[in-house]
Design a protein around this ligand. Structure first.
Ligand code: BGC
Length: 918
């Protein structure tokens, strides 16, 4: 009886407590190497991260336990046969290094996590998983196959035309299949099929590299695609960057890799334990006489549907007339797994208008400058050739304007097979375009016959940003389009002309801006590998990486992107690995530049200056006016100083105190000579007093303390008086401008520049109908030879400023990856609300403020296991309320101090609503 009584009292209470804690604390978004359930990775100590959710405020993890098992059953039974971390007392919830049994090739790892917090413990999470790829060169039994010659219809010349290569092999799977995995490298791009079915939904795979240094492979679980009995595996190869767009043209400049080739290994595991390998080798068949007659990233794709061979990628196809491939040399690079998101079709655009231009010629407007391709629907006679030519703008007479594409032909041709309706899009090229010229379409084309398909790296859209200013919202929207258009397995300068090169400085601070909009962590980690692989033995770094163009001009600003991106990855995502991995080569580069170009602590070599600053007359690309341009030695020396600062930070992270000392000592010398050489104490100006000349030393903290206010004033006067409130910076100055002004207490001037609509300004571009960003401030009037309408480099730090300073979502540099936020929104005059969110690696952050009825109202949300320093605009702390009560006494809120016009609070995780008098 007593016993029963105890049970009846205790058990429901226990169940209730357990139930509450289940509901309250949980983990989600489990990631391995910051990817969702990745397949075929090659990290042997992959890093595991999770997000924590829970009701209420102030949730902090105190411990975790990770289980990694080789089967789902073991994991379900809580047996971590690969790794049982046991309970680890730690607040870390991101980038936990796998520290279990050594992982071997092909390992499948199922994992889950359980956490303890100050508010109770979670249940075990959902199961997540990853698989390892082929970790050793010896795992590859496949042979490289290809055909190192052109065919009569190909042309290996400046305007290369090379038809796609179609490979196939039929094989017999003798028993029932337990597991089938395929590993593939198809250079430049591939499409893979098994029994007629496309494998995966990636396009333009795999990401481009310097193939002599590294070659990226993909892994697919194809268990469901293989059947007992006859099977066919097939692949189409396109040229991509492997067979370059301009072979035999300027051989000194353009790197060539050779003809398309493939390495493929299909591993079958039967239910009875037997194994079988199907590999690329001399037993395959191939043809180049198929429907894709040519594919060239600059010039377009031509597809002749009359040359289709139905069923070619399935069993039973008669390939007796096909050729035998050659066993060809490996490209030379190390085989590495793809560890960043694939390129996919990420969206569609419906054209807004289609107009006849002349008989048989129509011009279609997509309403948006985009990168991708067009899917067409067409019905007509066999053999009719429909031609699609792409451009960013049209001339006044309505014709396509192609001058800014230079010699890129950007033309797709589809030859109809005839009969019922046909539907087609290219697969091995993409275009940057808003307008399409349609020639020879049978009948009258309508917008319903076309669909724009947006093609870029399929990254999570992490940011949302909306304000009371429609102009700012448009700028943000255009930026988003521009950023994604320039992601193609590497960040590009532009997607349309005969360039499309991964120029480094275009994404220096840009990578940071972009990180608020897209989860670009893995793409940029890959890019750092590209940069390191392009380093010369003497330490020189390139201007373009992968170095498809052989440009090593030795300057600080372009290669400096290497360090800036590593810093961004650490700051935004808490990723230390790029710093550790590239530290030695970064240091080597700085030593190389010092040895070669440093004279008396001045870095004497620059190449591009403050690239693309607004010139003195509308048709110019670059200014010729020495009063407007910034001294290259000043830029280079200031950047060298900045880079040493970054290295100092990296050396601290990696615990290298001796290096810290050396960087600090050299910095001190550079700073003092810099001021002797470039600073005029009388005028309190640097060099010729351009905004960039003053801004760099200000932002990089080189200005003598006592002169800071005067130098800040020089910058402000230059903008407001000399430049009548306009921007005068180019790619370099614009990277620091908005934050620089805001740090000086002049968010109002930054706001003025951001909302300008007359030339030069971002708003000017918007008002001129831009739907992305231009390469030049004067993109509407300048010489078209270097005038892309889809460059992101002039965005500089604008988006960082949007998120960090307008929304107030900023990671504290002392606590990277948003472990602690600094939330200090600039409620400038003219801005009435900001509603923004950012999905950080710790979870979703939001900041939603408005000015209303004399009040500043701010709803914010801080992820569990993080905290924030919150700056509420107010005259006194006492006037600030939180959820209607005095903020100083609110739960989870600690009043710290008044600072300027803000009451500063330390706030733990949860949702809050602050209000103060505006
Ligand atoms: C590219 C730029 C690049 C620059 C440097 C241009 O042609 O498009 O974005 O940074 O060259 O020279």
């Amino acid at each position: 009886m007593k016993k029963r009584l105890i049970y009846s009292l205790v058990l429901p209470a226990l169940i209730l407590a357990w139930g509450q804690c289940m509901a309250a604390i949980s983990t989600q978004n489990l990631r391995c190497e910051m990817l969702d359930n990745p397949r075929g990775i090659d990290a042997v100590h992959p890093r595991l991260s999770w997000e924590i959710t829970g009701d209420g405020r102030d949730i902090n993890q105190t411990a975790y336990q990770v289980l990694v098992a080789s089967t789902p059953a073991k994991l379900a039974a809580n047996v971590g046969d690969l790794w049982d971390s046991r309970k680890v007392v730690s607040g870390e919830s991101i980038m936990i290094n796998y520290a279990g049994k050594p992982l071997i090739s092909r390992a499948t790892c199922y994992w889950k996590v359980k956490i303890w917090t100050n508010k109770g413990e979670s249940a075990w999470s959902q199961t997540a998983s990853w698989t390892e790829g082929l970790l050793n060169a010896a795992d590859w039994k496949a042979k490289w196959i290809g055909y190192d010659h052109g065919f009569p219809w190909d042309s290996v010349s400046k305007f290369s035309r090379l038809s796609a290569r179609y490979y196939r092999k039929q094989f017999n799977a003798s028993r029932s299949i337990k597991k089938a995995t395929v590993y593939i490298v198809g250079l430049g791009h591939y499409e893979l099929f098994i029994n007629g079915q496309a494998i995966g939904n990636q396009v333009l795979s795999t990401p481009p590299t310097d193939y002599t240094r590294s070659v990226i492979y993909n892994t697919f679980d194809v268990t469901k695609n293989i059947k007992q009995g006859a099977n066919a595996i097939a692949a189409t190869l396109g040229n991509g960057r492997f067979f370059t767009m301009r072979p035999k043209y300027k051989p000194q400049k353009i790197k060539e890799f050779g003809f398309p080739k493939m390495l493929l290994q299909l591993e079958l595991e039967y239910t009875d334990g037997a194994k079988q390998l199907i590999v690329s080798d001399g037993s395959w068949k191939f043809t180049a006489d198929g429907p894709i007659r040519t594919n060239n990233e600059y010039d377009g794709e031509e597809y002749d549907a009359t040359k289709e061979f139905p069923g070619w990628n399935n069993t039973g196809f008669n390939d007796s007339k096909w050729l035998k491939p050659e066993l060809v040399a490996a490209p030379g690079g190390k085989l590495v797994a793809q560890m960043n998101e694939p390129i996919r079709v990420v969206g569609t655009v419906k054209p807004i208008a289609i107009k006849p231009l002349s008989p048989g010629i129509y011009i279609m407007d997509m309403g948006q400058n985009m990168a991708g391709w067009l899917n067409i629907k067409v019905k007509g006679p066999r053999g009719q050739k429909v031609q699609l030519r792409y451009a960013e703008t049209v001339k006044e007479d309505g014709e396509l304007s192609v001058a800014n594409l230079r010699d890129a032909k950007v033309t797709d041709v589809y030859t109809l097979k005839g009969g019922s309706q046909e539907s087609w899009h290219p697969v091995f090229v993409y275009h940057g375009f808003r307008y399409v010229e349609i020639v020879n379409y049978p009948g009258t084309p309508t917008v319903d016959d076309f669909e724009g398909q947006v093609v870029n790296d399929d990254l999570e859209n992490t940011g949302h940003f909306e304000t009371s200013s429609t102009l700012i919202n448009k700028i943000y929207r255009n930026a988003q389009w521009g950023i994604q258009a320039n992601y193609k397995g590497m960040p590009l300068d532009c997607p349309q002309r005969n360039e499309r090169m991964p120029w480094l400085a275009d994404h220096a601070t840009g990578s940071y801006s972009e990180s608020f909009v897209f989860d670009n962590a893995k793409l940029y980690a890959k890019w750092l590998d590209d940069i390191e692989q392009a380093q010369k033995p003497d330490g020189a770094l390139p201007d373009v990486a992968p170095a498809y163009w052989n440009y090593y001009s030795d300057n600080m600003t372009w290669p400096g992107t290497y360090l800036q991106v590593a810093d961004m990855l650490y700051h935004q995502y808490g990723d230390v690995r790029p710093i550790a991995k590239h530290y030695a080569s970064m240091k080597k580069w700085l030593a190389y530049m010092k040895l070669k170009y440093m004279k008396d602590y001045v870095l004497t070599k620059d190449k591009y200056g403050d690239w693309c600053m607004p010139p003195e007359s509308p048709e110019l690309i670059h200014s010729k006016d020495p009063a407007r341009t910034t001294d290259g030695e000043l830029i280079a020396s200031a950047y060298y100083f900045k880079m040493l600062g970054l290295m100092e930070g990296f050396a601290k992270v990696l615990n290298k105190p001796q290096d810290v000392k050396e960087f600090v000592a050299l910095s001190a010398h550079i700073k003092s000579t810099f001021n002797q050489k470039f600073f005029n104490a009388q005028t309190q100006q640097y060099s010729n007093n351009t905004v960039t000349a003053n801004l760099l030393p200000m932002y990089f903290d080189m200005v003598p303390q006592a002169s800071r206010p005067a130098v800040a004033k020089s910058i402000q006067d230059k903008i407001l008086i000399a430049n009548t409130g306009h921007i005068s910076t180019g790619v370099i100055g614009t990277q620091w401008l908005m934050r620089g002004l805001t740090n000086q207490g002049h968010a109002d001037i930054a706001w003025h520049l951001a909302t300008n609509t007359d030339y030069p300004s971002w708003g000017y571009m918007v008002n001129k109908g831009a739907t992305t960003f231009w390469e030049l401030w004067n993109g509407d009037t300048a010489d078209p030879s270097m005038n892309s309408r889809n460059h992101v480099m002039l965005l500089g730090d604008l988006l960082v400023w949007f998120y960090e300073d307008l929304a107030g979502i900023k990671s504290n540099p002392e606590h990277p990856a948003f472990k602690q936020l600094i939330m200090k929104p600039q409620a400038v005059d003219g801005l009435n609300f900001v509603n923004a969110s950012y999905h950080s690696i710790h979870g979703l952050i939001s900041s939603d403020w408005k000015k209303q009825d004399g009040k500043f109202n701010w709803k914010l949300s801080i992820p569990a296991n993080t905290s924030a320093l919150v700056y509420v605009p107010a005259k006194t702390a006492g006037e600030v309320t939180e959820s209607g009560k005095k903020a100083v006494a609110a739960e989870g809120v600690k009043y710290l101090r008044m600072e300027g016009n803000c009451a500063v609070f330390e706030v733990s995780s949860g949702n809050y609503e602050f209000e103060s008098n505006n």
